[in-house]
Design a protein around this ligand. Structure first.
Ligand code: DQA
Length: 144
């Protein structure tokens, strides 16, 4: 049986998880969370990519988006601004789940709109780091 391949992609400012606004985003670094999620799903091949640049995120989607079984994408603030990321998600064949640590709908009005959701398989927001695990779980149970 072939192993499931999942790509996790984090966008701008998410390299500062654990340091950045901990009252909103928590005190855990993504690196330590990434280790725990890999241990929790030993049968899945994970890859992790983070960039603060919109173009680098698009390049990564193009690179992996015809190979992996699923992409867990937290595009950070580009969620609310990027037609180019929307087009990139539409252009690839791997399904994408949009995730957010915070419940964006409880926050500033500019965070209530996602330009990406319509291109994504689904959206998970508001569960802190657990949002990523819930997205992985959705891929596992939907076997996409
Ligand atoms: C975020 C929410 C975005 O509005 C914000 O710009 C982020 C993080 C989240 O995970 O809650 O950078 O995507």
């Amino acid at each position: 049986m072939t192993r499931m391949k999942l790509q996790i992609i984090n966008g701008p400012n998410l390299n500062l998880l654990g340091v950045r606004e901990p009252s909103i985003y928590g005190k855990c670094s993504f690196d330590s969370y990434y280790q725990s999620i890999q241990s929790a799903y030993p049968s899945i091949d994970f890859d992790y990519f983070q960039s603060n640049s919109e173009g680098a995120l698009i390049d990564k989607l193009h690179e992996v988006g015809f190979q992996v079984d699923g992409i867990v994408l937290n595009a950070g603030a580009y969620t609310h601004t990027s037609v180019a990321l929307y087009d990139a998600i539409k252009a690839i064949s791997s399904p994408v789940i949009e995730v957010h640590l915070s419940n964006v709908h409880q926050r500033e009005a500019f965070r209530h709109v996602s330009l990406l959701s319509a291109a994504c398989r689904g959206v998970i927001a508001g569960f802190g780091m657990d949002s990523y695990r819930l997205a992985v779980e959705a891929f596992v149970s939907n076997k996409e």
